[in-house]
Design a protein around this ligand. Structure first.
Ligand SMILES: Cc1cc2nc3c(=O)[nH]c(=O)nc-3n(C[C@H](O)[C@H](O)[C@H](O)COP(=O)(O)OP(=O)(O)OC[C@H]3O[C@@H](n4cnc5c(N)ncnc54)[C@H](O)[C@@H]3O)c2cc1C
Ligand code: FES
Length: 352
């Protein structure tokens, strides 16, 4: 999943070449990584350098990435690995900053009972080193830009769209764009003031803000009422599963970004899985990834919903059950997506 590091600037490269001659057989990077984990070219890490409260429940976290960071396109997300009570958890977060930023910023809204979002929002100290993956995802602005755009967002679903709007603002050209955004209350609206400022600066941008505590949840009919020429616009949507399901059912061609997996179709049978040499109990309906993390295993992951293949591990014995279809499958040597497969009796899976 990790891409190779971009070349170091020529001055630094000459310095590294000279140091390499002195430190052989170890690489100078090996020493430097001990001093500063961001120097590593083999693993990508980042250092938390700033936190900004956006609402009572949301915080923007700015991270200085290591040398290997290859940048992002507006709308993409990044995998972040954080230690909570001695266990490394990985979650995906959309990058909310514009393309070309030196530092990367994610904006996280606390999910009640959520392991990682609670930590990121409440108490991640400045200076914390986090694990990173390269940016990925296809929820990005098309090139060339469509002449008319519609963004429909709700809650923390504003984050990838904010990155797009900040990028367009930086470029100085915002096409004819409408953003319909829903938050619970005015106080709960992430980026509320900045969105109003962007609309004031760019006459081609119209921002329609809804508050679900007052007007109820956003649905296709209320978007249509606010945007009479909706049918002629390229539509990008990000928000809760219910909103995205309703929009994609009602209209063709909606490009949607999901933060949570669709409802699981199957419960699975559960079972005992040997995960990297010790047994883990997997409950019916629980994914191998959830069971492994709950048992304190360091599990690779990305989107956690069967899209990115960042969680695949080799099955050595037994079979697994796909939680999306209910189908039992797998032969020794197969790579299985641990985020969408549960146990199906006993099995053995290797950890990296
Ligand atoms: C591509 C992508 C981009 C994302 N971008 C962002 C972002 O920019 N900002 C952001 O705040 N989150 C974003 N998320 C969601 C994020 O990855 C986590 O799922 C979220 O922070 C909850 O993680 P947790 O560890 O706190 O909760 P967990 O401990 O994993 O889950 C606790 C409970 O909350 C439920 N739950 C999990 N996620 C959500 C959610 N998003 N909304 C409601 N309930 C949930 C779970 O089903 C579970 O019942 C993104 C997810 C994806 C796949
Ligand atoms: S974590 Fe993305 S496919 Fe499993």
């Amino acid at each position: 999943m990790f891409r190779s590091a971009p070349p170091a600037p020529s001055g630094r490269r000459r310095l590294l070449d000279a140091a390499r001659a002195l430190t052989t057989p170890l690489l100078p990077e090996d020493f430097l990584t001990l001093v500063d984990p961001l120097w590593s070219t083999s693993s990508l890490r980042g250092r938390v350098v700033a936190r900004r409260r956006e609402t009572d429940r949301a915080v923007s976290v700015t991270i200085e990435p290591g040398r290997a960071w290859a940048g992002h396109r507006a709308g993409q997300y990044v995998g972040v690995g954080v230690d909570v009570d001695g266990v490394r958890y990985r979650r995906s977060y959309s990058l909310s900053g514009p393309e070309g930023s030196e530092h990367l910023t994610v904006t996280v809204q606390e999910v009640p009972g959520g392991v990682v979002s609670t930590r990121l929002v409440r108490d991640l100290p400045i200076g914390t080193i986090v694990e990173l993956e390269q940016a990925s995802g296809t929820f990005t602005l098309p090139e060339p830009l469509p002449s008319k755009l519609l963004f429909v967002t709700a809650g923390s679903g504003i984050t990838p769209v904010m990155s797009m709007l900040r990028t367009l603002d930086r470029r100085g050209t915002v096409p004819d764009t409408v953003l319909v955004h829903s938050a619970r209350t005015p106080e709960d609206t992430i980026f509320g003031a900045e969105l109003a400022g962007l609309a004031a600066r760019h006459p081609s941008l119209r921002v329609v803000t809804r508050h679900s505590a007052v007007t109820g949840r956003l649905d296709p009919a209320s978007v249509d009422a606010a945007v009479p020429d909706r049918a002629g616009r390229a539509i990008y949507a990000c928000g809760p599963a219910g909103l995205l399901d309703a929009l994609t059912e009602a209209w063709d061609g909606v490009v949607a970004e999901r933060f949570t997996p669709p409802a699981r179709a199957a419960e699975g049978t559960g079972g005992t899985v040997d995960l990297g040499g010790s047994a883990v109990e997997v409950a019916p309906g629980q994914s191998l990834l959830e069971a492994g993390e709950a048992a304190g295993r360091i599990m690779p992951s990305g989107c956690r919903m069967g899209i990115c293949f960042g969680c695949v591990l080799p099955l050595r014995e037994g079979r697994v059950r796909d939680l999306r279809t209910g189908e039992a499958h797998g032969e020794p040597g197969d790579l299985v997506q641990t985020c969408v497969n549960s146990a199906c009796g006993t099995a053995r899976i290797d950890l990296p």
